[in-house]
Design a protein around this ligand. Sequence first.
Ligand code: IFM
Length: 452
Amino acid sequence: MSELLSFPKGFVWGGATAAFQIEGAWNEDGKSESIWDRFCRTPGKVANGDTGDMACDHYHRFPDDIRMMQELGLQAYRFSIAWPRILPDGRGRVNQAGLDFYSRLVDGLLEAGITPFATLYHWDLPQILQDAGGWPSRATAEAFVEYADVVTRHLGDRVKNWMTHNEPWCIAFLSHQIGEHAPGHQNWNEAIRAAHHVLLSHGWAVPVIRRNSPDAEVGIVLNFTHASAASASQPDQNATRWFDGYFNRWFLDPVYGRRYPADMVEDYTAAGHLPSGMDFVQPGDMEAIAVPTDFLAVNYYTRAILRDEEAADNLPQTIVSSGEETAMGWEIYPDGLYQLLCRLHFAYHIPKIYIAENGCAYSDGPGDDGKVRDERRISYLRRHFAAAQRAIQAGSPVEGYFVWSLMDNFEWAKGYDERFGLVWVDFETQQRIPKESAAWYSGVIGQNGIDA
Ligand code: IFM
């Protein structure tokens, strides 16, 4: 007989999406252009020239999507709000139609018995704010607070779980240093400034959200990549320290009152990324960023194995990849989730953690019988759920888990090629077919645990 790995009573099981990835209706009811609308129309930036114009047409189909969530037995739903629907000019004039859409969505969720978790910023900055300087400019942080104020004044009576930003590393570095995401810049200094303003806007917004949404819980969503050194050599260890600083600590440390990691400031300075130092950090900023929050929301997908290719003494290689990768080319490494959750608990003493995203892309589509057999997704999720359960046993205060994603959707620069959904979507007809993983997940939710 198989053993049940149970989760604590009251554990929250949900699914996650983001506005730009599912809504479509890109220019309806007063919505303005976002940086992703612009990026998709810039040749060569998004696979196949795909756009978010229609996506999953969730803007029109949300009542059906809520019914689908209900059928899956989801207890919570994490979605994001599109800033250009609410403040088409970035700040100032409020578009009531945009607020009404989210109001109807929230009411529908509550009627269905599904708890809404709203993310304020999941990457779709109004293009007009990009034109004025975007996240590298401090004014964008001020605009974000205005936007957060408007949204939470209207929805704060019903939404009691708020996430300020999704994945600041992506907003800052993937978008301004690597250039793979909108606005597609490649400039280290811009990226570091952007990171600061995103964190600052989080710190400034938290008290505003608390004022507008009494009894609500508020947090930020950080994405983590577990860093493993390829060998015990000094160069590989140093590369691993650097990567962890760049990807994880640069965000985690300031949010938890430790300021920016000194080793990284030193490295960035030596590399010439900070020609005028940290001049963008003004008095009081670090205290604002370290505002107390109720939870940390964690996105985890994979790990990185770090090797200093230029060093002569980085042998022997002691850590090798598991060899298993998802369609994104990301290594499957559930133990990284366990280690991360323990680290957040033991080294940062975080009082409450949600896994806000975890999942995998595979291209499986309907077979001749119309069923989508995505055993690899079930295997991925089962192993990550088990890793989280093990971390909970070790004391990590994980209180909920949101699978990325509820349904196949627009996977940013990869367009519609990568399918992360529990539900398969035909992007021509908008037909939805719950995959086998969806049925399996319903079972997990029903028994609040997984069969070991
Ligand atoms: O689709 C994204 C999501 O928007 C943010 N986190 C990672 C997911 C998969 O790449």
